[in-house]
Design a binder for this molecule. Structure first.
Ligand code: ZN
Ligand code: ZN
Ligand code: FE
Length: 755
C-alpha cells in the first residue's frame, strides 16, 4: 500500500474535475480524498502501486473535456489507512500567497494553430494562450497583469484585444498573448550582431546553419541555448572546445517522441514526463545498437542521454524544419548562469556561436531547463527550474507560533537555489548555479531580492550555511534581522523529510561530496538522527585525509591516496604498485604534505570514497565535472554481481563505519584481476549494507536517503530494496533534488524549528 499526494493546477476548478476524480478513484477501489484549495486541486489517494499508476495516467488521459492541466506534481508518501474515497470541503488553509505559475510547454491547441496555414498565427513563434506559454520568466511584479510582464511594450492589435476580453475565448486574459501583427519577432544576427534575416526567414536560415554544422545561439524561453546538430561529431566537438566543456554530457532536443524511441528506451512514466507541460530534460537509457547515429562526444562513456521535446512554438517550428536531434545546452560560459539579454549574449557567446537567433521579448529572469530521472519507479528532480519553479512545496503546518516567521534561506554554495518560507509554503527559486563566479554571485543576489519582492514578504529570519568562507554566509551577515546557521547535512535531511511530510524522529542518511560539519571538518558520509527537531550525529564514515583539499575534488587519485595512507601509513611509500597514479616528484610532495599535515584536511565524505574507489579500480584519476568519477563507478556496475565488500561498525559514539576491510578486499580483487564491474557492484552493495546496519543499530523505522550520492540509481535502489526487505521504511527525494539544489528548502524548514 502506498499513498500519492497530487497537486493539480490549471483550469481544473468548476469543470467537473472533482466528480471525475471521485469516479476514477472509486472505479479502481482506491481510498482517500479530493478537494479544491487555493493551491489547486489536492488529491490524496491510497492503494496498490499498479492501481495508483493507472490512476495517475488516467487522471491526465481521461480528464473532463474542459479541464486543462497546467502542472501536476506528485509525491509518493507512506500510507495512512484511509477507509473510503470522499470529496472534501474546500479549504483556504495555506496558499495565502498568489501563485506564480512556472513557464508551461506549448499546448495542443496552440500547436495546431502554428501549423495551420489558414490560421492567423500560422508559423508564429510566440503563440501562447491561458493554458501555455511564458509565466515566471516574464513576470516583473504581482499581480500577474500584462503591464507587470515584459510583454507590456507590445500593444495588442484589435484581434488580440478582442480575444483577450472575451470570456469564452481560450485567450481570455492570457497576459502574454500576441500574434504576428502585434507581438515579438525574430531576427538572425551574425557573430558581430548584424541583422542578416528577420521573422520566418531568420528561423529558416538558422535551421540551415544548424544543418551546415554551425553553432547557433538561440534565445529561448528562460535564456539562451546553444544549438548544434547532434549527429555531427565535428560540430559537437567544436562546441565542446569553444565552451570549455570537456566531457560533461550535453542535453538533447528531439523532434518527436517517435525519434526519441528510436534512440532510447522510454517507459510509459518517462513518456508522460517528456510530454508533460513541464517538459523537462529526462535522463533515458540509450539503445546500444543505434548509438553511432549520434555524435560520440555528446555524452562520452555515458549509457544515458538527457532528452527533451520542443516546449515553445519556436522550438517546435525549428525542430519540425530540421527533423533530427540537436544539442540544446545552456548558453553560458562553463559555470556562469545562462545569458538572458541579447547584448550580454553577444558579448559572452560570440566566441562560441556562429550566429544568434534572437527575439525582442525580454526575459526577466533566467530559468534553466529542468532535469528529471526515474528513481525506484518515481520521478526524481535533479535540477528544479523551468516548469517547476517557483511553485511552492507545502510543508507540515506549524505547531508553534515561532514557526510562522518568514524565513529566507540562502542555499548551498554549489547548485545554489534560494527559498522563501511563508507559513506552510516554501517557494523555491529556480536553479541559480555554483556561486564560484561573479556572474553567478550576482544572479544569487538578484534572486535573493526577487522572491520576497514578488511575494511582498519581508524575511524575519535568514537561514544560511555554516561554512565560514561561503559568500552566501557573508551576505547573510550583512543583512538585518535574525540569522540562523544550518549545518549542510542537516539541511539535506530536513529537506527530504519536509517533502516526504515526515516529522522527527527519523534516521537521516546524508551522503555527498562536501559540506561543513559542526566539528569544522569536511563531512559527507553522515548519519543524523532527527529527534525533537534537532539532530544527533549517530554515525559517520571513518575520516581520511584529502591531500591538496579542493584539488582532491578534481583528482580522485588524491582521495585514493588519502585512503591508502590511512591504512598503510609509512609503509605506503614503499608500495610502488599503489602509487602508480603519481609521478615520482608528485609522490615526494604529497608525502611531505601528509607527514607534515599541511593542506591535508580530514573528511568523512562518501563522495570522496566513491572517487577513491573509482581511481583504485582504474576508471578515473582526474575529473572534468563534479560527480564524474562516482557516475562512472555506477555505470560500471555489473548487475549480475550480488556480493558485497566487508566493513566494520565500531561501537563508539558516534559510531564509525570503517571502510578498511572493504578497501583491503578491493586491493585483493585488483591483484586477482577481478573485472571492474564486479568490484563496482561489491562496493555499492557494501554501502547499502552499511545503511542497513546503522539503521538496525538505531532502531529507527524511517530512513531518509539524501545528499548528492543518492542521485546514484544503483546505490539508491539497492539501499531501498535492502531496507524494505528488512522492514524499514525508506524515503528519498522526488520533487526536490537530493543534491545541493535541495539545501534551501531544508534550511528554511530547519530555521523555522530553531528555538
Ligand atoms: Zn496554448
Ligand atoms: Zn495581435
Ligand atoms: Fe550536499
Amino acid at each position: 500500500m502506498e499513498r500519492l499526494k497530487i497537486v493539480v493546477r490549471g483550469a481544473v476548478q468548476g469543470v467537473g474535475f472533482r466528480p471525475f476524480v471521485y469516479r476514477l478513484a472509486s472505479g479502481l477501489k482506491l481510498k482517500g480524498w479530493v478537494l479544491n484549495s487555493a493551491q489547486g486541486v489536492l488529491i490524496e489517494i491510497e492503494g496498490g502501486p499498479n492501481d495508483l499508476s493507472d490512476f495517475s495516467r488516467r487522471l491526465r488521459s481521461e480528464k473532463p473535456p474542459r479541464a486543462i492541466i497546467q502542472s501536476c506534481e506528485t509525491s509518493h508518501l507512506h500510507a495512512v489507512g484511509y477507509k473510503d474515497f470522499e470529496i472534501r470541503e474546500s479549504t483556504d488553509e495555506g496558499g495565502k500567497c498568489t501563485l506564480i505559475l512556472p513557464d508551461l510547454g506549448t499546448c495542443e491547441d496552440c500547436l495546431r494553430e502554428i501549423f495551420s496555414p489558414d490560421d492567423r498565427r500560422f508559423r508564429y513563434p510566440f503563440t501562447n494562450c491561458t493554458n501555455c506559454g511564458p509565466r515566471f520568466s516574464i513576470i516583473e511584479a504581482l499581480p500577474y497583469d500584462r503591464a507587470n510582464t515584459s510583454m507590456k511594450k507590445f500593444a495588442m492589435c484589435d484581434d488580440c484585444a478582442r480575444e483577450y476580453r472575451n470570456p469564452g475565448d481560450r485567450r481570455f486574459h492570457a497576459e502574454p498573448t500576441a500574434c504576428p501583427r502585434c507581438g515579438p519577432q525574430l531576427q538572425l544576427w551574425d557573430s558581430l550582431g548584424q541583422t542578416v534575416a528577420e521573422k520566418d526567414a531568420a528561423l529558416l536560415r538558422a535551421a540551415g546553419e544548424i544543418r551546415a554544422g554551425r553553432i547557433v545561439a538561440f534565445k529561448g524561453l528562460g535564456g539562451f541555448q546553444l544549438l548544434v546538430d547532434a549527429r555531427n561529431e565535428e560540430a559537437v566537438r567544436r562546441l565542446r572546445e569553444r565552451k570549455h566543456r570537456e566531457e560533461k554530457p550535453f542535453a538533447l532536443m528531439f523532434p518527436s517522441l517517435g525519434v526519441v524511441r528510436s534512440h532510447c528506451k522510454v517507459s510509459s512514466a518517462e513518456e508522460q514526463l517528456l510530454l508533460s507541460p513541464e517538459s523537462p530534460i529526462v535522463l533515458l537509457k540509450r539503445l546500444a545498437d543505434v548509438s553511432e547515429e549520434l555524435a560520440a562526444s555528446l555524452a562520452p562513456g555515458n549509457p544515458n542521454l538527457g532528452v527533451m521535446l520542443p516546449y515553445t512554438p519556436l522550438h517546435h517550428l525549428l525542430l519540425r524544419e530540421l527533423n533530427f536531434p540537436i544539442v540544446a545546452t545552456s548558453g553560458n560560459l562553463s559555470d556562469e548562469p545562462i545569458c538572458i539579454a541579447e547584448d550580454k549574449a553577444l558579448e559572452r557567446l560570440r566566441w562560441i556561436a556562429d550566429c544568434f537567433l534572437i527575439h525582442n521579448r525580454p526575459i526577466v529572469r533566467h530559468v534553466d531547463d529542468s532535469i528529471v530521472r526515474l528513481m525506484a519507479g518515481r520521478q526524481l528532480v535533479l535540477r528544479r527550474a523551468r516548469g517547476y519553479a517557483p511553485l511552492p512545496i507545502a510543508v507540515a503546518p506549524k505547531t508553534e507560533n515561532r514557526e510562522s516567521r518568514i524565513v529566507l534561506a540562502l542555499g548551498a554554495h554549489l547548485k545554489n537555489t534560494v527559498a522563501l518560507k511563508i507559513e506552510s509554503d516554501v517557494f523555491i527559486s529556480q536553479h541559480i548555479g555554483d556561486l564560484e563566479t561573479q556572474a553567478a554571485y550576482d544572479a544569487f543576489v538578484r534572486s535573493v531580492a526577487d522572491l520576497p519582492r514578488l511575494y511582498g514578504a519581508r524575511a524575519e529570519v535568514i537561514a544560511h550555511d555554516l561554512h565560514p568562507d561561503y559568500p552566501s554566509r557573508r551576505f547573510a551577515l550583512e543583512q538585518t534581522g535574525e540569522k540562523v546557521a544550518i549545518p549542510h547535512h542537516w539541511a539535506h535531511v530536513v529537506a527530504c523529510m519536509a517533502e516526504n511530510e515526515i516529522a522527527p524522529p527519523a534516521l537521516g542518511v546524508s551522503w555527498d561530496g562536501t559540506g561543513y560539519g559542526v566539528d569544522r571538518t569536511v563531512w559527507g558520509g553522515e548519519f543524523l538522527l532527527a529527534k525533537d527537531r534537532t539532530f544527533k550525529r549517530v554515525a559517520h564514515l571513518r575520516p581520511f585525509r584529502l591531500p591538496g583539499g579542493e584539488q582532491a575534488v578534481r583528482e580522485p587519485r588524491r582521495s585514493a591516496l588519502g585512503l591508502l595512507h590511512e591504512i598503510f601509513q609509512e609503509e605506503l611509500w614503499r608500495r610502488e604498485a599503489l602509487l602508480a597514479a603519481f609521478l615520482p616528484n608528485e609522490r615526494k610532495v604529497l608525502r611531505q604534505m601528509l607527514e607534515k599535515g599541511v593542506r591535508v584536511p580530514w573528511t568523512s565524505s562518501a563522495g570522496r570514497l566513491f572517487d577513491a574507489v573509482a581511481s583504485l579500480i582504474g576508471l578515473r584519476e582526474r575529473t572534468s565535472f563534479e560527480g564524474q568519477a562516482a557516475m562512472e563507478l555506477e555505470f560500471a556496475v555489473d548487475p549480475a554481481e550480488g556480493a558485497a565488500y566487508p566493513f566494520q561498525l565500531t561501537d563508539a559514539d558516534p559510531m564509525v563505519i570503517d571502510w578498511e576491510p572493504a578497501i583491503r578486499a578491493l586491493l585483493g580483487d585488483i591483484e586477482g584481476r577481478t573485472l571492474p564491474g564486479a568490484m563496482a557492484a561489491r562496493f555499492h552493495h557494501m554501502l547499502s549494507e552499511v545503511i542497513l546496519a546503522v539503521a538496525g543499530k538505531t532502531g529507527q523505522e524511517r530512513v531518509v536517503l539524501t545528499g548528492g550520492c543518492f542521485q546514484n540509481r544503483c546505490l539508491t535502489e539497492d539501499a531501498i530494496g535492502r531496507l524494505r526487505a528488512a522492514g524499514f521504511r525508506p524515503v528519498w527525494h522526488q520533487r526536490i533534488p537530493p543534491n545541493d539544489g535541495g539545501i534551501a528548502l531544508g534550511q528554511a524548514v530547519a530555521a523555522s524549528w530553531v528555538k
